[in-house]
Design a protein around this ligand. Sequence first.
Ligand SMILES: CC(=O)N[C@H]1[C@@H](OP(=O)(O)O)O[C@H](CO)[C@@H](O)[C@@H]1O
Ligand SMILES: [Mg+2]
Length: 601
Amino acid sequence: MIRLTQGCESPHGLSRPQVRTARFSTLDSSSHPVMEEWRNRRNGKLSIQSPATLLFMAEFLKVSQLSSQHKKPVGLVLQYGTAGFRTNAELLDHIMFRMGLLATLRSKKTKATIGVMVTASHNPEEDNGVKLIDPMGEMVTAAWEGYATQLANAEQDDLLTALKDIIEKEAINMSQGANVFVGKDTRSSSAALSQAVLDGVSALDGQSKDYGLVTTPQLHYMVCCLNTQGKYGDATVEGYYHKLCQAFIQLTKNASNCTDDQKHLSVDGANGIGALKVREMESRLKRELQISLFNDGSKGKLNHQCGADFVKVQQKPPTGLTINPGERGCSFDGDADRIVYYYTDSEGQFHLLDGDKIATLISTYLKELLTQAGLDLKIAVVQTAYANGSSTHYLENTMKLIVRCAKTGVKHLHHAAQEFDIGVYFEANGHGTVLFSKAAEEKIQHLTEDPNTNDESKRAALLLQSTINVINQTVGDAISDMLLIEAILAIKGMTVQQWDAIYSDLPNRQLKVKVSDRRVIDTTDAERRAVSPAGLQEAIDSLVKKYKQARSFVRPSGTEDVVRVYAEAETQESTDALAHEVSLAVYRLAGGVGDEPKPLH
Ligand SMILES: CC(=O)N[C@H]1[C@@H](OP(=O)(O)O)O[C@H](CO)[C@@H](O)[C@@H]1O
Ligand SMILES: [Mg+2]
């Protein structure tokens, strides 16, 4: 029997010695290897001088008990991939519980609030997933993605050992308090799975706040607000709408003669959380943006034949949405962190405005404002290898902007963008945002307050300030991006066709090739060149030479068991031929399985 002595104050604010005494009394008899190891370290005695140790062990016991209600299926192995864990919802209960544990440890380690979002984004309704959010609202750091995988894959009996390993490796002070924010999307499995996350947090005596149904970027926003003591905004959904909508209204005051037609936008909510949140926010836009919401979840299935991913990959409008020729529409994905725009011309031809077009519109607008404000700030656009060559060419050669290419995955773009005063980053699929350095924000602020600032500079600086406020800098955010794009179009008096005409996309094609082990492909130069298997890059180089304005690269997907092939060229015909020939090269040199890739035409 272990008794708590005087001075054994709980860092968690627990003042219930009786409860603890009762709980600890069972520690002596616990035969779990982790408990035994701790006993051995103390020559068979549990030190009553170490309250933190006692609490730690009491929590371990609780973890052990609660984890038996969230058992891992034996042998199941899952990976924390580019966008967290993602698979069929039925396989995820133990993962969620364990991510609740891990988020609590991360919170203790960083002494800050951590976020856990339950969502599988654009994947089918039957799937689910989880992403961890670091203190400033960014994706969790790479080392902890590794811990997430270790913890997720530890068999039931090894869970405490896996937990202890992380605690020791990171030298986590277990007496530090913890706070975890939890959010979920609209999937039917999300309620039970987010409860499993909350169970994980409480097993380690962490505090939690359940935000319930929120978009992924809203949860990122909340985490950032809390950890900046409200400087970024109020950590509430109301606070989020207030900040973004107020900035939007402020921006649209600079749009003259905007007709109701021009203020109209059709939104495809992918039958997901984004639709609910647009509905909640709508009235605050004071008819400066008049939204017709489609795929609002009242009848259709999540992401089915709709949503940003469907539109981007299929290059066609979502079902369930009607817009007249020339009118603009946009699609969110299932957790509202991606957006793409589109319209159909008078000939019925569909035109997609993807992440590259969005990055071009935003960076052009920002560059103009910087010039008007007379501010010398370094602005850059960060893309991936999937960015259309025309967009890169236009940004570098016409706009004279710095363009960087990062590896696929938002966290890579986010980090690259942080190196500039203003970093605009977008994946071609529509996930992106804009980052402003602290120094840039201060210079803009100074300009708005300086009595010597001339009128033109002041107007531009004020516009920049409202632009900063409409943007969710923590992560790509469909709602925030939509408001920014709509404000820019209104301010510039630009139609969607004019926006589309800034540059013309090169025809492009993406294909997938199945190989026995996609890890045989290793890449360099932000994934644009293959260094293995031997001969593959040389083969691609000689194929590319056959076509005009051609470019092609291959890389193993981080989310699917395939090798992705990308090609672009002057015409769709040569693009498709090149994509097919490169697919064949991958199939032959990288261990293709199944039938040989067939020509597209
Ligand atoms: C070509 C492409 O669109 N790749 C997507 C996809 O990654 P892959 O590693 O290509 O499977 O999923 C990621 C997560 O959602 C997203 O960030 C990325 O842009
Ligand atoms: Mg998403």
